[in-house]
Structures are given as C-alpha cells and as structure tokens.
Design a protein around this ligand. Structure first.
Ligand SMILES: [Zn+2]
Length: 148
C-alpha cells in the first residue's frame, strides 16, 4: 500500500496512512476473561482488519446491522416476441417490500421502460419484463434455486 510519509500502517479500507498516536479501529479475535470483565484481545492472533477511525465506524455500523439484512431471490420473466425466459437476481434487503422496491427499480434502471400494471416494456414494447417471484432465501436455498 502507498506509504508517502512513512505511516506506521495504512487503513485496510481506504488506504489512508496511519501514524503513531492516531485513533484507529481494528477487528481481532480474543477471549472473554473474567479478570478484565469482558473481552480480551489475543496476544498471538494478528489483527484481522486495521482501519482509520472513519472507516472503523462504518465497519461497526455494518456489523451491528448484519442480522437485519436478508437475502431475497427475485425471479423475472423476460419476453421478446415468442421468446420467454426466466432469470434471477439477488437483492439484500431488510424486508420483503424493500426487496420488491429494489426489483422494481432494477427493471426501471435509467428510466427507459414503460410500465403498464406490473409489466415493464422496453424498446417501444418489443420486449417486456415482469417480476414473477420475490422470496427470502437462505444461502443453501439460494444455491439450490440457482442450480435448478
Ligand atoms: Zn480508512
């Protein structure tokens, strides 16, 4: 990583140089120890990530919200003349309606579609796309669905 003014290390996310005494954030492994009344970092395991304070706060926000995000598998139906094909896309959302919103936005990327009910038309109606199914999936269900 770029070391312009001999930083002691660099932020693992944005690459900013970090100097002696700078506030920093790190993730590591350790144990819960009664003598310290909580978490105690391992003396031997390396830091998994070292980041500047700004990036560290973002990492912390992501970690705290990790359980709220679910994986949704959306099945689209694409039609062009006689041709009909299904394709999938994966969205991360907190709720089913959030995933549906993302799927609709996906079909309306660049605002170049015309919508009629649940059908999105492209190229003056030559091709059309609809959302056929939106469902929450676990990683194993996702793999099964994509291999089916
Ligand atoms: Zn950073």
């Amino acid at each position: 990583m770029g070391k312009k003014r001999d930083g002691v290390t660099t932020c693992g996310i944005c690459g900013k140089s970090l100097y002696h005494g700078d506030a920093a954030y790190a993730t590591t492994t350790g144990v819960i120890e009664e003598s310290v009344g909580g978490f105690s970092a391992s003396d031997t395991d390396p830091w998994l990530t070292v980041a500047c304070k700004k990036c560290g706060l973002k990492i912390s926000d992501l970690i705290c919200g990790i359980d709220e995000w679910k994986t949704f598998l959306v099945t689209f139906e694409f039609r062009s003349g006689e041709h009909c094909q299904h394709f999938h896309h994966i969205f991360k959302a907190k709720t089913l309606s959030g995933a549906e919103r993302q799927a609709k936005a996906y079909l309306n990327q660049g605002g170049n579609s015309e919508k009629d009910g649940d059908i999105y038309y492209y190229f003056g109606g030559e091709t059309a796309c609809t959302i056929e199914d939106v469902r929450e999936v676990t990683s194993s269900e996702l793999i099964e669905a994509l291999l089916a």
